[in-house]
Structure formats: C-alpha cells, structure tokens
Design a protein around this ligand. Sequence first.
Ligand SMILES: Nc1ncnc2c1ncn2[C@@H]1O[C@H](COP(=O)(O)OP(=O)(O)OP(=O)(O)O)[C@@H](O)[C@H]1O
Ligand code: SF4
Ligand SMILES: [Mg+2]
Length: 324
Amino acid sequence: MLLEVRDLRVEFRARDGVAHAVNGVTCQVDAGETLAVLGESGSGKSVTAQTVMGILDTPPGRITGGEILFRGQDLLKLKEDERRRIRGAEMAMIFQDALSALNPVLTVGDQLGEMFVVHLGTSRKDARARAVELMDRVRIPAAAQRVRDYPHQFSGGMRQRIMIAMALALEPALVIADEPTTALDVTVQAQVMDLLAELQREYRMGLVLITHDLGVVADVADRIAVMYAGRIVESAPVHDLYKAPAHPYTRGLLDSIPRLDLKGRELYAIKGLPPSLTRIPPGCAFHPRCPMARDVCRTDPPPLYEVDEQRGSACHFWRECLDG
Ligand SMILES: Nc1ncnc2c1ncn2[C@@H]1O[C@H](COP(=O)(O)OP(=O)(O)OP(=O)(O)O)[C@@H](O)[C@H]1O
Ligand code: SF4
Ligand SMILES: [Mg+2]
C-alpha cells in the first residue's frame, strides 16, 4: 500500500473551544490509483491533506493522534529534513490557487528548473531544458519562449498546468490535488482535469483528488471517500457507490446532483447544516440531519463497518441504506 492513514486526529484551539477538524480519518491509496475525497466545506479535507503532506502549521494546528504510513513508514515519526526530502521527490501537492502557490518574482522556467537543481543537482542549463520539456508535457503552447515568463503572464488554466508540472517534475509516487480546478472556468476545468487524469495514468502515480463536486470525479476516480465532520463516513469503488450508497449522507449527496431525467422535480438537498467542529454531536455526527436516525445513533458513534473488502461505511444501518 502506498499510503495508509490510520485514525488521524488534528485539532485547532478556537475561541469557543477545541475544533476537531480531523476526527479519526482512516483511508488508503494504492499505487496507480485515484482516490476522490468528497465533502462539504469545513469537513476537514484540506487539513487532512496538509497533515499528510507535512505542511500543516503547528500551531495553530495540533496533531493529537494517528499514523500516516507512506510505503510502510510512519511520516509522523520522521525528522523535518527527512520529510522535506520526501515532499517534492516522492509526494507533491497541487493547490487550488496557482497564483498564490507560485513565486511571483521568479520566471516559471526558474521555478520548474529549481526542482531539478535542488533535488537532483542538475546544472542550471540542463534544468532549463527539463523545464521546457515539462511545460510541453502539460501542453503549454510555445514552451521554449514562455519558459522566461512570470506566473502573472499566464491565464488561470495555464498557471494551473504549470503547478501540475511542478508537482510532477520529480515523478512522485503520490500527488494530492486540493480542488485543483475549482478556481477555473467550466470549460477550462474539464481540460485541466483531463490532463491530470492522463498524467496520472502515464506516471502510474497515486492521486488523491479533493473536491466538493461529485460530478467531476465519476470519470476520473477509482474510489471515493466521503468526509463528514472530520471523518471518512463511506469509502467505496466509484461505481458501487453510485449504484447504491451505503451511508445516508452519501445518498443525500447523490440525490443533490441535478439530473436531466428529473427536470422540473424539486432537487433533494440534505436538510440542516454541517455541525460546528467545536460541538460535534455525540453518537453519529450526522444524526441531526439523517432521515434514518434512531435512538442508538444519538449515543453510539458508528465504527467504519466493513461492507465488503473494498468498502466501508460508518453507519449502524448501512445494510438498510444499501437496500435503498
Ligand atoms: N488555520 C486554522 N486555524 C483554525 N482553525 C482551522 C484552521 N484551518 C482549518 N481550521 C478548522 O478546520 C476545519 C476544516 O477545515 P478544512 O480547510 O480542512 O475544510 P475543507 O473540507 O477543506 O473545506 P473547503 O471545502 O471549504 O475547502 C475548519 O472549518 C476550521 O474549523
Ligand atoms: S448511524 Fe444513524 S444517524 Fe448515522 S448515518 Fe447511520 S442511520 Fe444516520
Ligand atoms: Mg479545503
């Protein structure tokens, strides 16, 4: 297994108490696999990603438990210089906002080349050639000229391609993309997503694709992990999950997607709001919003039940949910 996260916990001290942003996340990513992580705003997707990458600011964040096994080694036990080497060379991150992730005062060629100079000791001249190759690879037109341009001289879509090129420069085994297309126009979104999916296949990397758009992931992901209030509440192969969700929250998300064949019908939306992370409800965190909730749900937190060897659900009544 490439990445195995076990019962990860991260908190923030907030004005009204402690915010449990990551509240026992357990998930796995295999080499060559794309895992989509889906969840409403504030469910802990980015904090989980930052913790895995080792870029969480501590303070204000505090890792209070769990393990992050990367190729069997617990990253939380490594020294900072070892983590820094792994980051970039073996795992890399793609952010939503390329403009703030790239350095505004360096040309994109220098930034891309720097990866090779720092990590591989490549000469400046060779690094420049590698940068042009990479820009070609992510289909930036006239790469040989544009390598001298600064980030602000590119369109949003082209900048996102440059960030993808930076992440893939050293051919890492794992890439985490945190809403990589959210800031782009719809047509450009599709192009960038297609490119990412193509490169994922070509490099056979493990890809974690964070999104709040269930529509985007159906074509590119192998598996989906659904997050709610800092936990993964369902994880399943894409097609199984679409066919029959094993968690009422997943069912609510699926029923919220506009469908052409139901045009004119009122869209089902999950009632209520996600809980405050300083006051996560006892028992199942979803119970105040769950149409299937019963007494036991208000007192007993559901473990991540094994539905089958590929699937997990944190719902006491996953069987009923599966049966529809
Ligand atoms: N720097 C911080 N200081 C204090 N609390 C934070 C900080 N970063 C995150 N949090 C807390 O962690 C929660 C989860 O944040 P996170 O960014 O992981 O959500 P997300 O699922 O990525 O949401 P979105 O879809 O909006 O990106 C936040 O609601 C907030 O309570
Ligand atoms: S455990 Fe209960 S409240 Fe939670 S999702 Fe399942 S049925 Fe709903
Ligand atoms: Mg986020």
